[in-house]
Design a protein around this ligand. Structure first.
Ligand SMILES: Cc1cc2nc3c(=O)[nH]c(=O)nc-3n(C[C@H](O)[C@H](O)[C@H](O)COP(=O)(O)OP(=O)(O)OC[C@H]3O[C@@H](n4cnc5c(N)ncnc54)[C@H](O)[C@@H]3O)c2cc1C
Length: 317
């Protein structure tokens, strides 16, 4: 938790120098897409390097996952608001509620700016593609966490919630379900040691009374009108290893929250000739979650700093 608070102070955490002494003001223009930690930090670095920066964010507020996904009991929004104030003071032009792709093609931005820093994160939930995934009572993490953070989530008084996944997102979903009143279990397909969630978050969840069950790989959701149970296949294996056994186990559930991974939303390519990150020209530089394997705040910020260096080179700054 402390690390998130520190990271939302962006450059303070990483001690990266943002000032370039004696650099004359350039009029070169850079578009930054996305205002998560990577986009906000990049906008700060680019502005202080003398670029004119415009930031495009599809949501109504800045902050990315830190604002819309992390539960407020884990992270106050104060740090994000401070960083927004700083960006505005530095003269960054902020376009809120503008989705690149759907409303303004990426190609158009690439034509009208000297370079584009793409930090749109990975907001498409990974589907399990198993039977019953569309039943009422089966939800994906993005919708579930967003509803909670916007104070629109339904109470789950004494309902049985099963969270499927093993990352920080799964643990946060479980802690939210518990606060909404559910009896909550996390079901993970590998061993405890194979869980990617941070140890401190796992311990916090256990201390709150969340049950963890390992070696359970979801095979189907069952129910008539709505979810009644989840069928799992038992697995074997140590660490990240996972071997199917063919043995099934049915677990009662009123709500299943799927937190099994995140993907780049292809909407970003709408209206453009490019259809993947690999096809992008040199002047569009990816940063943040879309540009690293770790999918954590620290890695997003480091990759933003690297992307800014690349933009400095490309534009001859
Ligand atoms: C529930 C949860 C808990 C987490 N817990 C931790 C933790 O404890 N520690 C840790 O280090 N990391 C944690 N993470 C991961 C961390 O939040 C991410 O790694 C980080 O936010 C990635 O930053 P980013 O800037 O790349 O993308 P994001 O934060 O995803 O921001 C991307 C931004 O781009 C915007 N965008 C997307 N598409 C478009 C478009 N077409 N046009 C305009 N804007 C667009 C989005 O709205 C968003 O604001 C957690 C993530 C989640 C979901």
């Amino acid at each position: 938790m402390r690390s998130i608070k520190k990271a939302s102070g962006l450059k303070e955490r990483y001690g990266l120098s943002t000032k370039k002494e004696g650099v004359p003001i350039k009029r070169k223009k850079i578009a930054v897409i996305g205002s998560g930690p990577a986009g906000m930090y990049a906008a700060l670095l680019l502005t202080e390097s003398g670029f004119e920066v415009e930031l495009f964010e599809k949501e109504k507020q800045l902050g990315g996952m830190l604002r819309y996904c992390l539960p407020k009991f884990r992270l106050s929004r104060e740090g994000i608001d401070k960083n927004e104030k700083k960006l505005r003071e530095l003269g960054v032009k902020i376009h809120l509620g503008e989705a690149v792709g759907k409303e303004r093609p990426l190609e158009e931005l690439a034509e009208s700016f000297d370079a584009v820093l793409l930090a749109c994160g990975e907001w498409k939930e990974r589907r399990l593609k198993i039977k019953g995934e569309k039943l009422q009572g089966v939800v994906h993490w993005t919708k579930f966490l967003r509803q909670y953070n916007e104070e629109k989530a339904e109470k789950l008084n004494r309902k049985k919630a099963v969270v499927i996944g093993g990352g920080d997102t799964a643990v946060d979903c479980a802690r939210v379900a518990l606060r909404l009143g559910a009896e909550t279990t996390i079901a993970y397909r590998r061993s405890r040691e194979g869980m990617p969630a941070s140890k401190t978050e796992i311990e916090a969840a256990e201390a709150e009374g969340i049950e963890f069950r390992f070696h359970l790989n979801p095979a189907a959701f069952r129910g008539r009108a709505r979810l009644e149970s989840i069928v799992f296949e038992k697995t074997l294996g140590q660490g990240r290893e996972m071997r199917p056994t063919g043995k099934l186990l049915e677990v009662k559930a009123d709500i299943a929250i799927i937190a099994a991974g995140q993907l780049l939303d292809q909407d970003i390519f709408e209206g453009s000739k490019w259809k993947s990150l690999e096809e992008l020209p040199e002047k569009i530089v990816p940063a943040g979650d879309i540009a690293n394997r770790e999918k954590r705040i620290g890695a997003a910020i480091t990759s933003a700093a690297e992307a800014v260096e690349k933009i400095n080179k490309i534009t001859g700054n």
